[in-house]
Design a protein around this ligand. Structure first.
Ligand code: FE
Length: 261
């Protein structure tokens, strides 16, 4: 399904969801266009390539992509690159920490000269003249993680931060919905987000941005300034693995030998 998150005469942000490859976690892919040039955010895995390409072609031909932006290194984020790179000339943007790992997704030579390593502090760049910002989100959850801020749409794309699996609604617009939605976000957050120190540093930083919408890579998005601030407060206070229960994860396995079939 395609949902237009923002639209004006020259600028558009589109969410593609429900494009689940067999055996894959449900994830969202995004397209930002500005005057007929585009950025594909978290292009997705091998198995959703055809569906994402089909959904995207309604808005923009693949040959008009200037960037494929990967928020981090996970397979559901960018393992489909091997199929995307031959059909466009887009540059791949990813954390400098992961730049040298990306060729592992591709046949030999395909990613050569096409990688842009985002520095730890993030970077301001332009899509056909329209400003965009790669925003530091390290350890939320990957050690080299970036969010993407679109100041025209006032959208902060938050990668795995705020991820929800099986949300009760696709769009969270009221405080009642947000209360329910917290339960849908907490399971993922408690286990996959590494550190509350990182969470609080992130929230302090992004409060300097003008944000109307929080759009994660899994599940529902959150709309409106009041709920954006509620989300920041939730992120600051919610438990994370390292702060809460990391010691309990370090136990040798049960003595019983498991038969793997
Ligand atoms: Fe991830």
């Amino acid at each position: 399904m395609s949902t237009v998150l923002y639209e004006d005469e020259s600028h558009k942000c589109v969410k593609f969801d429900g494009l689940i490859g067999e055996g894959e976690i449900p994830s969202n892919q995004f397209l930002i266009t500005h005057n007929r040039r585009g950025l594909l955010l978290d292009c997705g895995g091998y198995r959703v390539y055809k569906e994402v390409l089909g959904a995207m072609s309604y808005f923009l031909p693949a040959g008009s992509l200037d960037y494929i932006f990967l928020s981090h290194q996970d397979p559901d984020i960018g393992s489909g690159l091997n199929l995307w790179l031959p059909i466009c000339k887009a540059k791949i943007m990813i954390s400098g920490l992961w730049q040298r790992f990306i060729p592992a997704f591709c046949v030999r030579g395909l990613a050569n000269e096409r990688l842009f390593a985002i520095p730890d502090r993030g970077v301001n760049f332009e899509l056909n003249g329209s400003p965009l910002m790669a925003v530091a989100a390290h350890f939320l959850h990957s050690p080299g993680n970036f969010h993407l801020y679109d100041p025209v749409a006032k959208i902060l794309f938050t990668s795995d931060l705020g991820a929800s699996v099986a949300p009760h609604k696709e769009v969270i617009e009221t405080e009642e919905d947000f209360e329910l939605h917290k339960k849908k976000m907490s399971g993922f957050h408690n286990r996959y987000i590494a550190s509350n120190v990182a969470c609080r540093s992130w929230a302090a930083m992004v409060r300097n941005l003008d944000v109307e919408m929080i759009v994660p890579q899994h599940g529902a998005h959150i709309v409106g300034k009041t709920l954006v601030e509620a989300f920041y407060q939730w992120v600051e206070n919610e438990k994370t693995a390292v702060d809460d229960f990391v010691e309990s994860l370090f136990q040798l396995p049960e003595t019983e030998v498991v038969k793997i079939t």
